[in-house]
Design a protein around this ligand. Structure first.
Ligand code: PHE
Length: 322
């Protein structure tokens, strides 16, 4: 049974060692043993730290490998949008008139005949109605008149007068529609209306305001501006406004020719009365202009139809960074 005896002997030695280490040590021996144990501890700590560092750097290397970026790869291109020239022009109009104290008003594209015509002193059977190639929409009820796609932004004058007490000063840019289509007409186009109502407003205010606008818009302080008598049912007197240019070179502000850019006039008292505003107390002027036309002149855009073709090459050429 030598095996069993050998095991017994080892157990006795272990028990003896345990008893020895439990036994209080003499001070000298304690110092020696302590130093040795400290060495063992330091060696273990160092080994542990080294191993930890190795594991961490392996992890980091694996992560770097997984998240590697190839800076030589072509970048996915982000296309920046551009402002369509129409909107650029409308923004400029809002800016310039804003500087003269005008707010911005809006109205619906689908308008009642009353707002688009009647209240603007253009009753049924008035010849001016047939001049606008109007798009009529189906009647909402058998006894109601057909709504129209607004043929002009002038209906916003009516809406503004009905919902705001004077004095007031607004412009109204927006889409307008007429059944007409060729190189210089589009069935959808944009106008910008303007109206000023206050006490003691005269033609001098109208002229100052529109000359100031045109000179700022075309960035030409000496731009020649001419007022020519005309007719609109909702203004009296009415006028068309021309700017000087050269037919030959297309240069704005220089040359012997005139180009019509605006319609305007003193608000016809009947229009004020139709909106419950007393014309004995309040007067004003109104004006309207074609946004495409002014944009074409300012930026030398030759064809009206190009505005609506969404040709990216055209947009990149004429568009504006937002
Ligand atoms: N609405 C007119 C047009 O479409 C323009 C205009 C507006 C004229 C306001 C006078 C006053 O031609």
């Amino acid at each position: 049974m030598g095996g069993a005896q050998g095991q017994d002997a080892r157990q006795v030695r272990l028990a003896d060692a345990a008893a020895q280490s439990a036994r209080p040590l003499a001070p000298d021996e304690r110092r020696l043993r302590g130093a040795a144990l400290n060495q063992v501890r330091d060696a273990l700590n160092a080994a542990f730290a080294q191993r930890k560092k190795a594991i961490e750097s392996d992890l980091l290397a694996a992560q770097l490998e997984a998240e590697r970026v190839d800076v030589t790869m072509p970048v996915a291109r982000r296309e920046d949008g551009l402002l369509h020239p129409i909107h650029q022009t409308i923004d400029e109009m809002i800016d310039i008139f804003g500087g003269m104290g005008f707010g911005v008003a809006e109205g619906p594209d689908i308008e009642s005949q009353w707002h688009n015509f009647s209240a603007l002193n253009t009753p049924e059977h008035h010849p001016a109605r047939t001049e606008h190639d109007t798009f009529y929409l189906p009647r909402p009820r058998a006894d109601a008149p057909e709504p129209v796609l607004r043929t002009q932004t002038s209906g916003v004058q009516i809406r503004t007068l009905l919902s705001n007490a004077p004095p007031l000063r607004v412009i109204a840019p927006g889409r307008t529609y007429r059944a007409d289509h060729d190189a210089t007409h589009s069935p959808m186009f944009h106008q910008c209306e303007g109206i000023v109502i206050d006490r003691d407003i005269t033609l001098a205010h109208l002229k100052f305001c529109l000359i100031a606008f045109l000179r700022a818009f075309f960035d030409k302080p000496d731009l020649p501006v001419r007022f020519r008598a005309s007719y609109f049912p909702f203004t009296e007197p009415s006028m068309e406004v021309d700017i000087g240019w050269s037919r030959k070179t297309g240069n704005i502000g220089a040359g012997e020719d005139w180009l019509e850019v605006l319609g305007a006039g003193m608000v016809q008292p009947r229009v004020l009365a139709n909106c419950g505003v007393d014309p004995e107390v309040w007067q004003g002027f109104a004006f309207g202009m074609g946004v495409e036309r002014l944009t074409m002149l300012k930026y030398g855009i030759p064809d009206l139809r190009s505005f609506y073709e969404s040709d990216l090459r055209w947009l990149r050429h004429y568009g504006f960074s937002a």
